[in-house]
Design a protein around this ligand. Structure first.
Ligand SMILES: [Zn+2]
Length: 253
């Protein structure tokens, strides 16, 4: 089994899991790159998975379904009209042709409908968790988003994080501002810069790495808490308040 990244728009990745015959497409914001890849490799699309309603994750679904009458799994949000199966937390999505069984994890925060798909060791988390960052909080509340990140963090350390955007370098610049003395951030930033200069993708990441470099997963750490308290000029005891502070800080970074 292979996982291929199709680049879309400025910095989106559409993930395609495939063997030599079938594939699953995750968050096709555009159809073109996906069509090119599947026709090149003569793959039939067994299913499409959608993590949330944003157009850069759903825009290509209609065109792909005109080619293949495959099932489309996504969150129970009526604004996503192309879905054939509406799924929520603790549901399973079974793709027999590829022997895949995904667990659905509800992770509201970036949007209220956001879900992630997990089939060990792969986590397809859309715009909830990024490498060294997390999605903008468009619809959710800090407490809710923080709980979603904690929920995803409970997966095994070796979980491979397949997020939907190439934001790693910018995220690390922010992470370094939050924790200037965190050497894991400095080291990772150097690696990521090199990869980007060479035109390489920085994903997938692992949860183990994210625990060391991602300020949004590190809200319980004293260094992140100190930085947030300094920024907020007040004492923050709840990690969700630390999260709220650094999420807000990142918005204007
Ligand atoms: Zn989004």
């Amino acid at each position: 089994m292979h996982i291929h990244a199709v680049s879309a728009f400025d910095d989106n990745y559409i993930w395609i899991i495939h063997d030599s015959h079938h594939c699953v497409v995750i968050d096709p914001g555009q159809a073109e790159g996906v069509i090119e890849f599947v026709s090149q490799h003569q793959l039939s699309i067994a299913a499409i998975l959608v993590t949330h309603h944003h157009h850069d994750h759903t825009g290509g679904v209609k065109a792909l379904r005109q080619l293949t009458d495959c099932p489309v799994y996504g969150p129970d949000n009526p604004t996503i009209s192309e879905l054939t199966h509406r799924v929520g937390d603790a549901d399973n999505v079974n793709i027999p042709s590829l022997g895949l069984d995904f667990s659905v994890l509800a992770c509201p925060g970036h949007t209220l409908d956001h879900i992630a798909f997990y089939a060990a060791p792969w986590l397809f988390c859309g715009d909830t968790l990024f490498s060294a960052g997390c999605g903008r909080m468009f619809e959710g509340q800090p407490q809710q988003f923080w709980h979603s990140l904690e929920y995803l963090s409970a997966l095994p350390d070796d979980t491979l994080v397949y997020c939907a955007h190439e934001y790693t370098e910018a995220n690390l610049n922010f992470a370094a501002a939050v924790e200037p003395d965190n050497h894991a951030i400095t080291t990772y930033l150097a690696e990521v810069k090199k990869k980007r200069e060479d035109g390489q993708i920085t994903l997938p990441s692992t949860l183990a790495l994210e625990f060391n470099v991602n300020p949004f997963l590190r809200c319980r750490m004293q260094s992140v808490k100190d930085a947030a308290q300094q920024r907020a000029q007040t004492s923050l005891t709840d990690p969700a308040d630390v999260f709220a502070c650094i999420r807000h800080w990142k918005d204007s970074f």
